[in-house]
Design a protein around this ligand. Structure first.
Ligand SMILES: Nc1ncnc2c1ncn2[C@@H]1O[C@H](COP(=O)(O)OP(=O)(O)OP(=O)(O)O)[C@@H](O)[C@H]1O
Ligand SMILES: O=P(O)(O)OC[C@H]1O[C@](O)(CO)[C@@H](O)[C@@H]1O
Ligand SMILES: [Mg+2]
Length: 319
């Protein structure tokens, strides 16, 4: 093994830059060359690849987004696109690859490993939707942004006495809503993993108002969606003024938290160590503050569930 490639794929996530920096610097420290592949699998297919050195990754640890840029690339799912990608890796003399991305990106990485190309995955997605790891890169920063948004919206909710629905990202995973709701002191959390009884929710809002609660914050995961329909239902059942904020891409950017920078640094270094040991076809993760690595199949087949204890706690504390 001489040259390690690194790419970021899928939605960008804060902390990806820390992971890229760690891959590059750990590899160079151990005497390898590194190639950066730009724009994920799209750039791989197009041969948008260049060698990186220690200074290429200077001044990025504190930046959101990804210096390698990213893409969603449908072509890489086709045999033709996939083979083109493999061909480019050979052409640029890249002999192993670190893929930083979410579950979708891992499917591409798994396919490369199955084709015999040494590939390691680092979970980079704000969604925290991968069951095998306690945290994905970017989740902590997205949560920090969400909690800050809840604080601002709570001010206006309290001032006007409105009910405020805040829709947050996470695809089919409710973690951003759940943990954001707990940290932000929301009155209710609505996640796709669980059916919500809107009548019960409205009774809670009315009870809160009766005992003088000024604000009502509802965290709604995008996997449930339909925030304006929910607003209409709550309006008619509680006679409250209901406001909706879909905070969207705000959650994807911003300076990574120390936790995401540390996680990215650890995962990037671990990915290189695995390749040096001749291990590949694995996804790096964190369990109980220890670095772990599972076969892609095992990692991707684990079913993610929400934390019932955390949900119950958020519910009890919102009485
Ligand atoms: N089965 C597959 N085979 C090859 N490549 C795939 C496959 N599935 C996904 N990919 C590649 O991975 C890219 C990213 O996947 P996806 O859009 O699901 O994002 P992700 O990696 O899950 O990140 P996030 O969910 O945080 O945005 C896809 O655009 C495609 O290029
Ligand atoms: O960037 P796009 O394609 O609009 O994707 C948005 C999706 O990406 C994420 O931000 C990260 O997976 C999801 O939370 C969201 O559903
Ligand atoms: Mg995903």
């Amino acid at each position: 093994m001489k040259k390690i490639g690194v790419l970021t794929s899928g939605g960008d996530a804060p902390g990806m830059n820390a992971a890229i920096r760690a891959v590059v610097r750990t590899a160079i420290y151990h005497g390898f060359e590194v190639a950066g592949v730009y724009r994920g699998y799209q750039g791989l297919i197009e041969g948008d690849i260049e060698n990186l050195n220690i200074t290429s990754v200077g001044d990025i640890i504190h930046r959101g987004g990804t210096m390698l840029r990213t893409a969603r690339c449908l072509d890489f799912k086709t045999d033709e696109g996939f083979n083109k990608g493999l061909q480019m890796l050979r052409m640029f003399k890249v002999d192993s690859l670190v893929v930083i991305g979410g579950d979708g990106s891992f499917n591409g990485a798994k396919r490369l490993a199955e084709a015999g190309f040494p590939t390691i995955g680092i979970p980079g997605t704000i969604d925290n939707d991968l069951a095998y790891t306690d945290y994905t890169l970017g989740f902590d920063t997205a949560l920090t942004t969400v909690v800050s948004a809840i604080g601002n919206i709570r001010d206006t909710s309290s001032s006007h006495g409105t009910v405020n629905i805040i829709e947050v990202m996470g695809r089919n995973c409710g973690d951003i809503a759940l943990y954001g709701g707990l940290a932000g002191g929301a009155e209710a959390v609505i996640i796709p993993e669980l059916d919500t009884d809107v009548d019960e929710l409205c009774r809670t809002i009315i009870r809160g108002k009766k005992r003088g609660k000024l604000h009502s914050i509802i965290l709604l995961a995008e996997g449930v969606g339909k925030p304006y329909e929910l607003a209409e239902q709550i309006k008619s059942k509680t006679s409250s003024d209901v406001k909706v904020s879909v905070i969207g891409y705000l959650q994807r950017g911003g300076t990574p938290t120390p936790n995401d920078r540390i996680l990215g640094s650890r995962m990037g270094a671990h990915a290189v160590e695995l390749l040096m040991e001749g291990q590949y076809g694995k996804a790096v993760g964190i369990k109980g503050n220890q670095m772990i690595a599972l076969d892609f199949d095992e990692a991707l087949n684990m079913k993610k569930d929400y934390d019932k204890g955390i949900y119950e706690l958020a519910r009890i504390l919102a009485i």
